[in-house]
Design a protein around this ligand. Structure first.
Ligand SMILES: Cc1ncc(COP(=O)(O)O)c(C=O)c1O
Length: 434
């Protein structure tokens, strides 16, 4: 007996296949391009030099001698892989050192290291939440948060990106759901580059008795005097229950963590399936992450943080001057110390530009064409098309490193200027700054 449908049927003629085929045909597909050099401010991709404005290597530490040495020493001491779970044969001293250093850095009682940040999110949300609970998530939250929420089978109540009145409505509704309530937001949103208003979110969580988890994938190693993330920048570290982060961005490696109260972290060590039923990270990844964290925690750390944020501002201001529709600097509360890396003062107003500077294009096809023109001009950026962004909200996501020098950013801006001129002459105006 045969069933009438084939599970493979969906791989042919799915909704993205036509667009994909057309983009391939026109040679404007912005995905899966091959890097043939180290991940540095300037890279080689497909035989040509490109300025890398599409990585998450915020502190530029992937090529740092100390970080490479950390990876090398771990490789030679522990071999290429651990071939097993943290629970059984996969825990080495580097895990314990990392967990202790992360807890110190985040100012929490404890921390747990996962093999990836994605697993940190699904392994935390999928374990702490259960059917009967409610999870309230920002619509801009990372896919791994959504995956964790769905895995948990808790009631999911999403709210419109950064809209506090919508969050409050969901908190109010959740009162009637009958279970525990967790709010989960990104500290810095991975596509928009904007910052969650954590003070107000903490106020609301406290008023409604909800727990709060913040994904600091793009905040840790970027924001705050210690680079401990959005919660540190906004002075709410002691009001956030759990802080998740990744090694795959500022910490120049691969892996993830969750920091919080000891009893919760210990529970995750015993019950989190994404922690227990997967092999632990390769030693080189742990050695690199630990070495990168030590660079960040060294006297050099604040200047690296200042540099990446200064570069972000330089790129944002340059793109804005060229007339691109880029985000405005983020306003910060008036009591934020002005000597924190990246904080700008304009009169009494404080603001910051995160290293994620999206440039709105709108139409998917135009975004792919613009991406290609930049790529051919020697600048690599990321492209976010629907469904990664709402329909008509296609954007090019640019991001800088602390190690981009002024001349390289100026060179990239020259490419943007020329490409914009030529693109608009052929395809009409792009969305403008205002
Ligand atoms: C906001 C956010 N959370 C979680 C992740 C997952 O982290 P990882 O790359 O370590 O799996 C990412 C990045 O991919 C991210 O941008």
């Amino acid at each position: 007996m045969h069933t009438s449908t084939d599970v493979f049927a969906k791989v042919h003629g799915h909704e993205r296949s036509e667009l994909l085929a057309a983009a391939r045909e026109a040679d404007i597909l912005p995905y899966f391009h091959v890097l043939t050099s180290p991940a540095m401010p300037v890279v080689e991709m497909e035989g040509a030099r490109r300025i890398m404005l599409g990585s998450n290597n915020y502190l530029g530490l992937t090529g740092d001698e100390r970080v490479m040495q950390g990876a090398e020493e771990a490789l030679h001491k522990y071999g290429t892989g651990l071939t097993g779970s943290r629970l059984l044969n996969g825990t080495i001293p580097l895990h314990l050192e990392l967990e202790a250093e992360i807890a110190r850095w985040m100012n929490t009682e404890d921390a747990i290291v996962f093999t990836t940040g994605h697993q940190a999110n699904i392994g935390t949300l999928g374990t702490l939440l259960a059917p009967g609970d409610t999870v309230i998530a920002d619509s801009g939250d990372h896919a791994s948060i959504l995956d964790g929420c769905l895995l948990s089978r808790a009631k999911l109540r999403p709210f419109r990106h950064n809209r506090l009145e919508k969050l409050e409505k969901m908190l109010d509704r959740a009162q009637g759901d009958g279970g525990g309530v967790l709010v989960v937001v990104d500290g810095v949103f991975s596509m928009e580059g904007d910052i969650a208003p954590l003070r107000e979110i903490c106020d609301l969580c406290e008023r409604y008795g909800a727990r709060l988890m913040v994904d600091e994938a793009h905040g840790a190693g970027v924001l705050g005097a210690r680079g401990a993330g959005t919660a540190e920048l906004l002075g709410v570290e002691d009001r956030v229950d759990l802080r998740m982060g990744t090694f795959s961005k500022s910490l120049a490696s691969c892996g993830g963590f969750v920091a919080g109260p000891h009893d919760v972290i210990e529970y995750l060590r015993l019950y989190s399936r994404a922690f227990l039923f997967t092999a632990s990270a390769v030693p080189a990844a742990l050695g690199a992450a630990l070495a990168a964290l030590r660079v960040l925690n060294s006297p050099e750390g604040p200047s690296l943080l200042a540099q990446v944020l200064e570069n972000a501002k330089r790129l944002r201001d340059g793109l804005h001057e060229l007339g691109f529709a880029v985000v405005s600097p983020q306003s910060l509360p008036a009591d934020i110390a002005s000597d924190i890396p990246g904080v700008s003062l304009d009169g009494a107003n404080r603001s910051i530009v995160t290293p994620i500077v999206p440039l709105l294009v709108g139409d998917d096809w135009k975004a792919a064409l613009l991406w290609k023109a930049l790529y051919d001009g020697g600048v690599f950026v990321n492209t976010a098309l629907h469904p990664a962004v709402p329909p008509g909200g296609a954007l090019l996501r640019t991001s800088v490193m602390a190690t981009h020098d002024e001349a390289t950013i100026a060179e990239a801006l020259d490419v943007f200027a020329r490409v914009k001129r030529e693109f608009e002459a052929e395809h009409g105006p792009l969305p403008s700054a205002h």
